[in-house]
Write a protein that binds this ligand. Structure first.
Ligand code: HEM
Ligand code: SF4
Length: 535
């Protein structure tokens, strides 16, 4: 759709960049009506811009590394899944054998692998029947909206965000149909709504984040805006100086900010098109005033403090819920990778032991909620928990990885397998009395968020012995939870085959790791972290 872009952008219209040009020529959502035809034609015959760009408006990603085997990115608001949905997705990827898999992402989402374009019409029918959608999940759209994975379960939460997150998604996607009002933003856009105390959703790295705050005794949300990462610039979100109650005002404020960004956000240079660039250009006062006008009524100023005052939790292990006699069980999924059989098993466990619900976390793990005390011991004996542990070793436990070169054409290095192998090897050698969060990202695009990690590893190419080899730049100092802040690059150009030794030294010197042979005791070592409440 053509939006009412402001004067600066209109002046620039004559020199629209490639992306703005193809969006102006034909809105991405329009390929929805051509899917049957594409399926019959085969991917080789589909127009190149439709194939490599517009299909992303439906969540369908052509992957140059595996031509013909597409990635399908879903939307799972607040990370909510169910046994029924998991089984539907398992059936979808099962038909692709070894090519079919599902990755849990750092936005509590799933990306399915191995998808054939000719199957898409059937897949979309099955997904619709199961209440699943992938609409507007790629390109210049709002990404999966995140919320606390223990929303509605956590005794200490302040606001249950599940309904609000769903309402915001429905507003943006027109109830999953696809919404041309928000399908041509200047760039991608991230929204998070936190209802707990531990900043479980990394508020600071979102374009809009709602964080719980009391204003004059009333519980609602302070709002921060403009957080983003890119290869050239990373910024933590800053205060909008606004507070809203936990009701439809949240939906309306998202709508207002999106309208301002859509109509005035910079579109000339895609490297400078995220929301923060508009805030920079206008200043916060003008930006806030424009948002207030679009909101349609005065915005209360922010509460003086927010309630995010806990260290971040990873939810792995067994924890009592606010509902007496029920527990949630967090399973560790190594680097977020699931096969069809895993999804079938998770669906079964959720239905047999819980209430049929599953939750995904931004740490790429799975939670089974609503397990009665009486069922807990049997659940913990299930063979799947040997693979997806409730007590993984320390470094493996906190490991995050983006896709890397196995499927992503931007990647400069292989990430997931290497990340897992290194974490397991270092776990075998070292004892740690604190969690160390290691994040891998295959290139400077930073999808794996190395800047929020204790140790962030960003793929790069390095010259070694006259050859170009895979390597990493190392980031340190990222802090999550209360008083979150971004880490910075501390070393660069480490060849991957030297990384084991470099990480070992970093862990010993900076995080108190002890070589296992010399460790005096395992008391207090972060290797179990399990709180079992059943007898
Ligand atoms: C120009 C910059 C970027 C490009 C070109 C880019 C590209 C991609 C691609 C191609 C994928 C899918 C790869 C695959 O799994 O096959 C991906 C996934 C992802 N990216 Fe990025 N990315 C960029 C920046 C970022 C940034 C800054 C973040 C946030 C820190 C981010 C977060 C994610 C996440 C969370 C996923 C998983 C899918 C999801 O749940 O949305 N990306 N990105
Ligand atoms: S960080 Fe780079 S390699 Fe990893 S998913 Fe993003 S674009 Fe691909």
């Amino acid at each position: 759709m053509t939006t009412s872009i402001d004067t600066a952008n209109t002046t620039a219209k004559a020199k629209l960049n490639k992306f703005e040009q193809f969006k102006a020529d034909k809105d991405g959502l329009l390929v929805k009506h051509e899917l049957e035809q594409f399926a019959q034609l085969g991917w080789e015959a589909v127009d190149d811009t439709d194939l490599t760009h517009r299909l992303k408006w439906l969540g369908i990603f052509f992957r140059p590394v595996t031509p013909g085997k597409f990635m399908l990115r879903l939307r799972l608001p607040n990370g909510l899944l169910s046994g029924y949905k998991a089984r539907t997705l398992a059936e979808i990827i099962q038909r692709y054998g070894e090519d079919g898999s599902a990755d849990i992402t750092t936005r509590q989402n799933l990306q399915l692998r191995g998808i054939l374009l000719e199957d898409i019409p059937d897949i979309f029918r099955r997904m619709e029947a199961a209440g699943l959608t992938s609409i507007q999940s790629g390109m210049d759209n709002v990404r999966n909206i995140t919320g606390s994975p223990v929303s509605g379960l956590d005794a200490d939460e302040l606001i249950d965000t599940q309904g609000l997150v769903m309402k915001v998604q429905d507003m943006i996607t027109a109830n999953g149909e696809g919404n041309p009002a928000f399908s041509n933003l200047p760039r991608k856009f991230n929204i998070a709504i936190e209802g707990g105390r531990d900043n479980s959703i990394h508020a600071e790295i979102n374009d809009i984040a709602f964080v719980p705050a009391y204003r004059e005794g009333a519980l609602g949300f302070n709002v921060v805006v403009g957080g983003f990462f890119s290869a050239r610039r990373c910024e933590a979100a800053i205060a909008l100086n606004a507070w809203v109650p936990p009701d439809d005002s949240v939906v309306e404020l998202c709508r207002a900010i999106l309208e301002v960004y859509r109509d005035h956000g910079p579109r000339v240079n895609r490297q400078k098109a995220r929301l923060m660039w508009l805030i920079d250009e206008w200043g916060m006062e003008r930006f806030r005033a424009a948002v207030e006008t679009a909101f349609g009524q005065p915005l209360p100023t922010a509460a003086p403090t927010d309630e995010m005052d806990w260290d971040k939790r990873d939810h792995i292990g067994v924890y009592p819920q606010k509902q007496v006699g029920l527990n949630y069980v967090g399973l560790h999924i190594p680097v977020g990778r699931l096969q069809a059989s895993d999804l079938f098993d998770l669906a079964r466990l959720a239905e047999v032991y819980g209430s049929g619900e599953l939750r995904l976390t931004v740490e790429q793990n799975v939670i089974i909620p609503n397990v009665p005390d009486s069922r807990l011991a049997v659940l913990l004996e299930e063979p799947l928990l040997e693979k997806f542990s409730i007590a993984p070793s320390a470094l493996t436990r906190s490991l995050i990885s983006c896709t890397g070169s196995q499927f992503c054409n931007f990647a400069l290095v292989e990430t997931k397998q290497r990340a897992l192998a290194l974490a397991l090897a270092l776990d075998a050698e070292l004892s740690l009395s604190q969690a160390v969060r290691i994040h891998w990202t295959g290139c400077p695009n930073s999808c794996g968020q190395p800047q929020v990690a204790d140790i962030g590893l960003m793929g790069t190419k390095v010259r070694k012995d006259g050859k170009t080899v895979e390597g990493v730049d190392i980031f340190m100092g990222g802090k999550v939870g209360k008083e979150a802040h971004l880490g910075e690059k501390v070393q660069q150009g480490i060849p991957c085959d030297e990384l084991h030794g470099v990480l070992r030294s970093l862990l010993i010197e900076n995080f108190g790791a002890q070589p296992k042979s010399t460790a005096e005791t395992h008391d207090g070592v972060v290797e179990t972290g399990v709180m079992v409440t059943a007898d």
